[in-house]
Structures are given as structure tokens and as C-alpha cells.
Design a protein around this ligand. Structure first.
Ligand code: SF4
Ligand code: SF4
Length: 419
């Protein structure tokens, strides 16, 4: 039957890459039983031509996890065959594994590779929603993350006053409605030492470009880890609280150093009435690259690591490469651009503790080290954090790890010093 259905599914086309559908009303808890499966999900389960491309490119499967995206689709098919579409039998059980569903980084490689347009992520995130909302998912790290997000409003568990102190110490202006951009700081830019360095490097670039900016007085996590781990209630609370701040501040345009923030603020918040114009810092810097110094050191080899949420999710591949190409020789690792290999930090997994099998960040770091580049260039603070550990484990003399903004800011400083 799948050969007949495949063209139909392709024709129906995905309603957006890796799109998480909104829950409908108070009684929608996600995918708990067969009664919750949409017609399109059921149709797609029978559309799979079993080519295995999704699994071949899945970073979780490639590093020894039990997650196998092809088996997620075929498991749904087996469920439907055995229990029927309106069954009250739990979906997670005989044919679909809860452990596998929570091993997904939401990197999107499976959906991107599927030749018949099957959407794995609405299914995987839907299963997570079902497990979280019915209290079936018991994970101490996940539980702690949700409590931290509720109490502190950020994923790293710091008091919000730490962000204020950092803003004051760094001399960052607050957004007052007159500046060109509102700079969204994100959890890592607000609290993580390396995230802060990236943010301040981008601030240096903005100042050099004479682009005015300000930060929000109050900012909470955008809700990405809660959303992708299936806790939509918490995601909604965070989105609404932030949207209130943004509306009150009169924000028109935002920019962020984090592709996860860009995606969640720009796309997922629409469910809560958000229509925020936000872009990634690499897009902004690339637009003004002619105003940056040109210092093309051909001896300096830089390997660029594509962040899943910037590349596959947003289609931004050239902009960060264009920026860093002004300062050195850009090389790609074997798995690059649309086939970029995940760092292991997405989908809330950065907060869930130890992985089974080989660590994804180590797998990726080994590949980056093997290029022989002296610099690993990244464009996401999550990737930066994951790769920092991965590179330290992969090599005793690892390449330098820098964000695109740090590379640009260093060139600006070098020129200012007359070096
Ligand atoms: S989104 Fe990525 S990690 Fe998740 S199943 Fe697909 S390929 Fe695997
Ligand atoms: S890539 Fe698509 S068609 Fe191929 S096995 Fe995976 S889900 Fe099935």
C-alpha cells in the first residue's frame, strides 16, 4: 500500500519542517493512545517505503542509542495494524519505546532526509507530550529542569538578579523603544560564562557596525526545552510572560546569538499570539560584512559546525561561512550543511544528564578535529557548550572553539590595535 500512498503524502506536503502542532483545547494531552493519532500521522505510518535514510542520518542511532526514526514510523504502523486507529491502548509500550522518544535531539535530520515527506518530529514530540502530561515520564533531570524553569524562569537555575548584575557590569543598555534592535540574551547569553562571552563579542560587533540595541529588563527562557520535551503548559507560560515584556517595551526587531531562541521565539510563540521579527546574529553580521575588516589569513583553517536549528531549521548555511571567510580559510567537515551532525544538545537533551552509547558531542568533535583545522567555528551557544566538552575529550591539543561573533570581534579588536 505504501507505494500508492507515498505520492499522496508528498503531495499533501509537510506543513512546515519539524513543526510541532498546537494542542487543541484543555483535553488535548498529546499522543497518549491511538485515539490521539491524527489522520495524517496514521497515513504517514503507511507511507514509509522503509528506505532507512532517516535512521542512517540520525545522530542518536549513529551513536548507539535505541532511537531509530524508521522504527518510530513502522512502530506506529504496527500499532495501528494490531490495535486500530481508535484504540485506547497506550502508544508507548509494545511497538513504541518511551526511552527512544526521549533520546531525540529534535535535530531534524530524519525529516530532512525522508524522500516521502514523513514528519517524525510531530510524532516524537507528541509522544513526549503524552508521556509528560499523563505523568508517565519519570526522569529526575527532566523534573528538575521543569521546576527550575517554573521557579527561576531560566534553564540554568540562576536567580534572575544574576542577569541584572551581568547587564550592569557589562554596560549593556536596556531597550527603550528608540534603538534599532532588541538583543535577546537567552539563558546561555545571560548566565553561562561562555554564552556571555559570545554575547559580549556580538555586542562589540554591533558597536563597530554602529547598530543600536538594548536588552529587555526582564527576560525568561523562551520555553524551548520545555516545548521539545513535551511540557507545553510550561512553554506557554514562558512564552506569554516574555511576550508581555516585549509588547510593553515596544520591540519591533530582535536579534539573538542562539538559533534555538530564534526558532522558538519566531515560530513556536505564534501559537501564543507572538509575531516577533527575530533573526540570528550571523544573518545580521553577514548583511553588514562589508563594514568588517578583511584579514584573509589563508594559513588559518577554520572548520564550521552547522547548528541544526540554524541550518536545517532556518536554511542559514552561507551567512556564517561568509563572515568567517573574511578572516581565514573555511573548511567543511564530512557531514556539513543539510547533513550537519548534531552536537547532542537540542530537544532539551542538554539538561537530561548522561547519554547511553557514545556521546554525540564526542562523535562530532572527533570529526571536527580530524579536519586538521586550527579553529572550530560555531554559531550556537548550545553547540559551543557541547563541543567544548567534546573537543576536550577528543584531543589533548584541541582546536580553538569560537563563535562567529567572537571571530569577527577579534578581527575588529586587532584592527583597532593596529596589529
Ligand atoms: S530528529 Fe534527529 S535525533 Fe531525532 S529521530 Fe530525527 S534524526 Fe534522530
Ligand atoms: S526516510 Fe522516510 S521513507 Fe525512508 S525509512 Fe525513514 S520514514 Fe520511511
Amino acid at each position: 500500500m505504501h507505494l500508492v500512498l507515498s505520492p499522496l503524502t508528498v503531495f499533501l506536503e509537510r506543513d512546515g519542517f519539524s513543526k510541532i502542532p498546537p494542542l487543541v483545547g484543555d483535553e488535548d494531552f498529546g499522543l497518549d493512545t491511538g485515539q490521539d493519532l491524527t489522520q495524517i500521522a496514521a497515513l504517514q505510518a503507511f507511507t514509509c517505503v522503509e528506505c532507512g535514510r532517516c535512521t542512517e542520518h540520525c545522530p542518536a542511532n549513529n551513536t548507539g542509542k535505541i532511537l531509530n526514526p524508521k522504527e518510530i514510523i513502522l512502530g506506529t504502523r504496527q500499532y495501528l495494524k494490531e490495535f486500530g486507529p481508535k484504540s485506547a491502548e497506550p502508544l508507548l509500550g509494545k511497538h513504541l519505546s518511551m526511552e527512544a522518544a526521549f533520546q531525540c535531539t529534535t535535530c531534524g535530520a530524519c525529516e530532512f532526509q525522508c524522500p516521502v515527506g514523513i514528519q517524525h518530529l510531530p510524532l516524537i514530540v507528541g509522544l513526549r507530550r503524552g508521556a509528560v502530561n499523563t505523568g508517565k515520564w519519570e526522569n529526575s533531570h527532566g523534573g528538575e529542569l521543569f521546576v527550575t524553569l517554573e521557579r527561576q524562569g531560566n534553564s540554568l537555575g540562576f536567580p534572575p538578579s544574576d542577569r541584572e548584575k551581568f547587564i550592569e557590569k557589562s554596560g549593556l543598555p536596556y531597550f527603550d523603544g528608540t534603538q534599532d534592535y532588541c538583543l535577546w540574551m537567552g539563558c546561555l547569553g545571560s548566565f553561562d560564562p561562555n554564552g556571555r562571552k559570545i554575547l559580549l563579542a556580538f555586542v562589540e560587533v554591533l558597536r563597530h557596525l554602529k547598530i543600536s540595541f538594548g536588552v529587555l529588563r526582564q527576560e525568561k527562557c523562551n520555553g524551548d526545552p520545555a516545548r521539545r520535551l513535551g511540557n507545553d503548559y510550561l512553554f506557554g507560560e514562558l512564552a506569554q510572560s516574555n511576550l508581555e515584556q516585549i509588547r510593553e517595551a515596544g520591540v519591533k526587531k530582535m536579534v539573538s546569538i542562539c538559533p534555538h531562541c530564534v526558532r522558538t521565539v519566531g515560530v513556536d510563540w505564534k501559537e501564543h499570539g507572538g509575531a516577533v521579527d527575530i533573526e540570528h546574529h550571523s544573518e545580521l553580521i553577514a548583511r553588514y560584512q562589508d563594514r568588517l575588516p578583511l584579514d584573509r589569513d589563508q594559513q588559518k583553517s577554520m572548520v564550521f559546525h552547522d547548528a541544526c536549528y540554524l541550518g536545517r531549521y532556518r536554511g542559514v548555511y552561507d551567512e556564517p561561512r561568509d563572515v568567517i571567510a573574511r578572516f581565514g580559510q573555511v573548511v567543511d567537515p564530512p557531514r556539513a550543511r543539510e547533513r550537519g551532525f548534531c552536537c547532542g544538545g537540542g530537544g532539551g537533551l542538554m539538561f537530561l544528564g548522561e547519554e547511553s552509547g557514545k556521546r554525540m558531542n564526542l562523535d562530532r568533535a572527533e570529526e571536527l578535529v580530524a579536519t586538521g583545522a586550527s579553529v572550530v567555528a560555531a554559531a550556537c551557544p548550545f553547540c559551543n557548550s557541547m563541543l567544548r566538552d567534546g573537543l576536550a575529550a577528543a584531543s589533548q591539543t584541541p582546536p580553538e572553539l569560537l563563535d562567529v561573533a567572537q571571530i569577527a570581534a577579534a578581527a575588529i579588536a586587532k584592527k583597532a590595535d593596529g596589529v
